[in-house]
Ligand binder design. Structure first.
Ligand code: ACM
Ligand code: ZN
Length: 552
C-alpha cells in the first residue's frame, strides 16, 4: 500500500486544484452580477436539502418569503440551524460585521457541490442573493415539485458570485388611477420587481381618473372619487362627458389594511413602497368629491378618457386646500414606512389660477411674480409638513419651476436640459426620461401592437440608457440616485396588458439600474432573454416577444 500514498496525495491535490479552477460557463442571470466565477459541478437541490438562517430570525418577513418560495417548489425542505448544515444545505447568513465590498444591498453567493452559502449585510441582500440563485436553477421551470424522497431534479451550478448594485434607487411605477388594479395584481407586479432586484415601487394612487386610497376624514374621496362610468375601451381616445344618471361602476380603491398588506409584501422582497398623492393638478377625482376645493364652480367629474389639457387644479388661495392636504398626509404617511412621499407636481395647468381672485390675492400677498411660484409655495409648505412627520419629499421635475427646495427629490421625466438645471440647483435626481423610461410607449412596430399612448421605446433603447450624463462632474454624478420606469395606465385595459408593457422591458431597465456600464452587454443580455421569458411564462406572466434593437 505504501507506494500508493504519494499517488493519492497527488490525485487529491489535482482534484482540489481542478475543483477550484474556474470554468467557462454561460448564465442567464438578469441583472448581470458584478463578479461571477463558475466551477465544475452542481449542487443538487431537493426535498432533502436543509435550509438555515444565521443571525436572522426565520420569522423575519424576508426570510419567510424565501421559505415560501422553497416550499412552493420543494414541498418542505428541512429548516434547521446553521450548525446542522454541513452537507446538502443552504445557509443564509446575515453578516455580524459589515462587509464593505457589499454595501447595503450586495451579497456573496457561494455554491459548491455540498453547500450553498449566502452572505449579506442586510436582509434585502439575502433576498437578492436568493433571486440570483433562483435564476441559476437549472430546473427553474419546475412543473412538478420534487417530493422529499424523489431524486433531485433541480441543480444549481457551482459558482462564486460577488454582487452589488450601481444605483441605490431602482424604481418601477404603476398608475392605478387611469385603470384600477387590485391587490392581487399589485402583488404580482411587485413579484416581477423583486425578481429583477428593483427596490422602489412607486404607487401612483391619485389622478384625474380615480382616487385610490382610503382616507377616513374625507370619505367622499373613495365614495365618489374612486368611481366613473364603465365604457368600452375604444372611448378612451374619444372621451364623452358623463351622462346624467349614468352608473358609476368602474373603479375601486385600497383600504388601509390592503395598503399595509402590500407594503409588508413588498418589504419582504426588499422593496420600498413610495405613495404618490398628486397636487396641485391632476385632481379631478378630488374636485368631483369636494368641489369646494376648486377655484371655480365647474362640475368636475371622474371622467372616462384622456381629456387634455387637464384643467382641474386645487385652489391655492383657499386655506381649506392646505388643510385638506395636511389631513390627507396625516393619514397617508403612517401607512408607508419608506422615508419618501411623492407629491406629483407635474402638468399643473394654471388657467384656473389666472382667473381666481383667491389665488391671485394669495400670490400678491407673498409678492410672487408668477403663478409657478405659487405652486412653489404650496410644494414647500407640503415639504416642510412632510419633514415634520419624519418624511422626505419627491416630486416630478416641474416643481423646480416654482423654486422648490434643494432637498426635494426630483423625478426627471422631461429632457436632459431641464434635468441638468435641476442638478445645478443641487437637487438629487431619479432619472425617468420619457425617451428611455416610459414603458407605456409602444415597444415594437405600432401596427403589430395593442393600442398604446404613443411614442416608441423598444427594449434595445431601454437597455442603451446611461443615466449619468457625460456633462456631469464626479460630484454632480452623485446627485443621480438612480432610475425608474413609469407605467401609466391610460391604455392598460387589462392586467395582461400591464404585464405586456412591463415585460420584458423592465429586465433591460434592471441592468441599467444595477450594472456598471462596463458590465452591461446587449448581446449577452439578449441571450439571457429566452431563459427569462421561459421562467416568466412558467409563472404565468404575459410579455412582448419582439426584441427590437436600439433604433439608429
Ligand atoms: C408625467 O408623465 N406627467 C410625469
Ligand atoms: Zn383658486
Amino acid at each position: 500500500m505504501k507506494h500508493f500514498a504519494p499517488l493519492s496525495l497527488a490525485l487529491c491535490l489535482l482534484l482540489i486544484s481542478c475543483k477550484q479552477k474556474p470554468i467557462e460557463r454561460t448564465f442567464s442571470i438578469v441583472p448581470q452580477p458584478v463578479e461571477i466565477a463558475a466551477f465544475a459541478g452542481e449542487f443538487q437541490l431537493s426535498g432533502l436539502t436543509k435550509v438555515a438562517f444565521e443571525n436572522v430570525s426565520p420569522r423575519d418577513g424576508a426570510m419567510m418569503y424565501i421559505t415560501n418560495v422553497f416550499e412552493k417548489f420543494f414541498v418542505n425542505p428541512t429548516f434547521t440551524t446553521p450548525e446542522k448544515c454541513k452537507k446538502n444545505a443552504i445557509v443564509f447568513s446575515l453578516n455580524k460585521e459589515h462587509d464593505p465590498v457589499l454595501g447595503d444591498e450586495g451579497y456573496r453567493l457561494n455554491v459548491s457541490k455540498n453547500k450553498i452559502h449566502i452572505q449579506a449585510n442586510s436582509t434585502a441582500g439575502l433576498v437578492y442573493a436568493f433571486q440570483t440563485m433562483y435564476h441559476l436553477w437549472d430546473g427553474m421551470v419546475v412543473t412538478h415539485a420534487p417530493s422529499k424522497k424523489s431524486d433531485p431534479s433541480v441543480t444549481i451550478p457551482c459558482v462564486k458570485i460577488i454582487d452589488y448594485p450601481r444605483f441605490a434607487w431602482r424604481g418601477v411605477h404603476l398608475d392605478v388611477s387611469r385603470h384600477f388594479f387590485d391587490v392581487d395584481f399589485v402583488k404580482r407586479y411587485i413579484d416581477v420587481l423583486a425578481l429583477y432586484k428593483y427596490n422602489v415601487f412607486h404607487w401612483h394612487l391619485t389622478d384625474d381618473h380615480g382616487w385610490r386610497i382610503q382616507i377616513d376624514k374625507y370619505p367622499k374621496l373613495t365614495e365618489v372619487g374612486a368611481w366613473r362610468p364603465e365604457r368600452p375601451d375604444s372611448e378612451w381616445r374619444t372621451p364623452k362627458p358623463n351622462q346624467p344618471g349614468e352608473p358609476m361602476t368602474y373603479g375601486g380603491f385600497y383600504t388601509k389594511d390592503e395598503i399595509r398588506e402590500v407594503v409588508e409584501y413588498a418589504a419582504a422582497r426588499g422593496i420600498n413602497v413610495m405613495p404618490e398623492i398628486e397636487l396641485p393638478g391632476h385632481c379631478s377625482a378630488i374636485l368631483a368629491a369636494y368641489p369646494e376645493l376648486a377655484c371655480d364652480s365647474y362640475p368636475y367629474r371622474v371622467e372616462v378618457g384622456a381629456y387634455w389639457p387637464p384643467k382641474a387644479i386645487l385652489c391655492a388661495g383657499n386655506p381649506k386646500v392646505m388643510q385638506f392636504l395636511k389631513d390627507v398626509f396625516d393619514e397617508v404617511t403612517p401607512l408607508f414606512p419608506f422615508e419618501y412621499v411623492h407629491i406629483g407636481g407635474d402638468e399643473a395647468i394654471k388657467t384656473n389660477w389666472e382667473k381666481c381672485p383667491k389665488c391671485l390675492s394669495k400670490a400678491a400677498s407673498m409678492n410672487l411674480d408668477n403663478l409657478e411660484l405659487l405652486q412653489g409655495w404650496m410644494v414647500r409648505e407640503i415639504e416642510s409638513y412632510l419633514n415634520s412627520k419624519g418624511k422626505k419629499m419627491a416630486g416630478w421635475i416641474e416643481i423646480i419651476d416654482g423654486e422648490c427646495n434643494e432637498t426635494s427629490l426630483i423625478y426627471a421625466w422631461l429632457g436632459k436640459g431641464k434635468t441638468l438645471k435641476a442638478i445645478e440647483r443641487g437637487n438629487s435626481i431619479v432619472q425617468c426620461p420619457t425617451s428611455h423610461c416610459y414603458i407605456d410607449y409602444y415597444q415594437a412596430d405600432k401596427s403589430t401592437q395593442p393600442d398604446a399612448i404613443g411614442g416608441f421605446l423598444p427594449i434595445g433603447k431601454v437597455y442603451s440608457f446611461e443615466p449619468v450624463y457625460e456633462e456631469l462632474s464626479a460630484e454632480q454624478a452623485k446627485q443621480i440616485l438612480g432610475v425608474q420606469y413609469n407605467l401609466w395606465a391610460e391604455f392598460l385595459f387589462t392586467e395582461k396588458q400591464a404585464e405586456y408593457m412591463l415585460l420584458p422591458r423592465v429586465l433591460a431597465g434592471a441592468e441599467v439600474a444595477w450594472c456598471a456600464p462596463d458590465n452591461k452587454n446587449w448581446e449577452r443580455f439578449k441571450t439571457a432573454l429566452p431563459y427569462q421569458k421561459t421562467r416568466l411564462n412558467s409563472l404565468g406572466y404575459h410579455f412582448c416577444d419582439d426584441v427590437v434593437e436600439m433604433p439608429e
